[in-house]
Design a binder for this molecule. Structure first.
Ligand SMILES: [Zn+2]
Length: 66
């Protein structure tokens, strides 16, 4: 290594909390957005905000795997 070394570099905590329906953080390799199965992408459940996707209608799921 050359040049300056970082001093006290801290790892940032995840800025965005995951929704209950998310399997991984957005941008995680091998994962992608998918329609929330709980609310079928409507973002609503029984007239209220879907708890799994927080009303977004989208969750992060693993892809290309099982
Ligand atoms: Zn949902």
């Amino acid at each position: 290594m050359s040049g300056k070394e970082p001093h006290g570099e801290r790892v940032k905590p995840e800025g965005k909390p995951l929704n209950p329906g998310d399997e991984a953080a957005p941008g995680t390799p091998g994962t992608g957005e998918d329609i929330c199965r709980t609310c079928k992408g409507t973002g609503r459940l029984d007239g209220a905000q879907c708890p799994d996707c927080a009303g977004s209608g989208i969750v992060i799921e693993g892809i290309g795997g099982a």
